[in-house]
Structure formats: structure tokens, C-alpha cells
Design a protein around this ligand. Structure first.
Ligand SMILES: [Zn+2]
Length: 110
């Protein structure tokens, strides 16, 4: 497949996931007060701007890209547990770890 087309489609799907219903449920679950969210990894309380939504199961597996069916399935989880609210350091650490795994599998970091 054309790499530019694939990247465009992946970005469009990622943006669409911001409006996915279980994402709102996951945010609501982590919301404990006015502008207060609990990081579901370290328990730190962060403001709205510091909270990040993480796909619990990486949309692109650490073993490498499989196909759009699998990607879409993971991008739009049916359960709110498919998303986690994380603080920025926890999200960065998780992404770093996943990218290290991908490197071990010698696959591109999508
Ligand atoms: Zn955290």
C-alpha cells in the first residue's frame, strides 16, 4: 500500500477515536473533581491539560503492523477499559517501552 495513504488513513482514524464513546466513559471514570483526574498507572492527580488518553492495548501491536481490521478494532474499543487516563510521564514511559519492544521486533514505530 502507498505509505502516504496509509499514514493519512491512520491519522484520520486516530482523530476519529477522540470522539469514540468509550473514550468519554474512561475520562469520566478518572474524573474525581473539578479539573482533577487520576492517572490510572501511578495514581497522581493531574489537571485536564496534563491528562492523556492511552489505548490500553496498543493500536499497532509491538510485534508490528497487522492489518486495518485489527488496527480499527483496537483503536475503537467497546469497553471503557480499552482506554486509560495517564499522566504525561506515565504515558511517555509506556510509549517508550512499547517502542523499545517494537525495536526488538525490528518493526517501524507507527
Ligand atoms: Zn502517572
Amino acid at each position: 500500500m502507498d505509505k502516504a495513504k496509509k499514514a493519512f488513513a491512520i491519522n484520520a482514524l486516530r482523530r476519529a477515536s477522540y470522539r469514540w464513546h468509550t473514550r468519554y466513559k474512561a475520562i469520566k471514570k478518572a474524573h474525581i473533581g473539578r479539573n482533577e483526574y487520576v492517572c490510572q498507572s501511578c495514581g497522581q492527580i493531574v489537571g485536564a491539560k496534563e491528562k492523556q488518553l492511552d489505548h490500553t492495548i496498543p493500536c499497532v501491536p509491538v510485534t508490528g503492523w497487522d492489518n486495518f481490521d485489527g488496527f480499527i478494532d483496537r483503536m475503537f474499543p467497546h469497553e471503557p477499559s480499552g482506554f486509560r487516563v495517564l499522566c504525561i510521564p506515565c504515558h511517555s514511559a509506556k510509549n517508550l517501552q512499547e517502542n523499545n519492544e517494537r525495536r526488538k521486533h525490528n518493526v517501524r514505530e507507527d
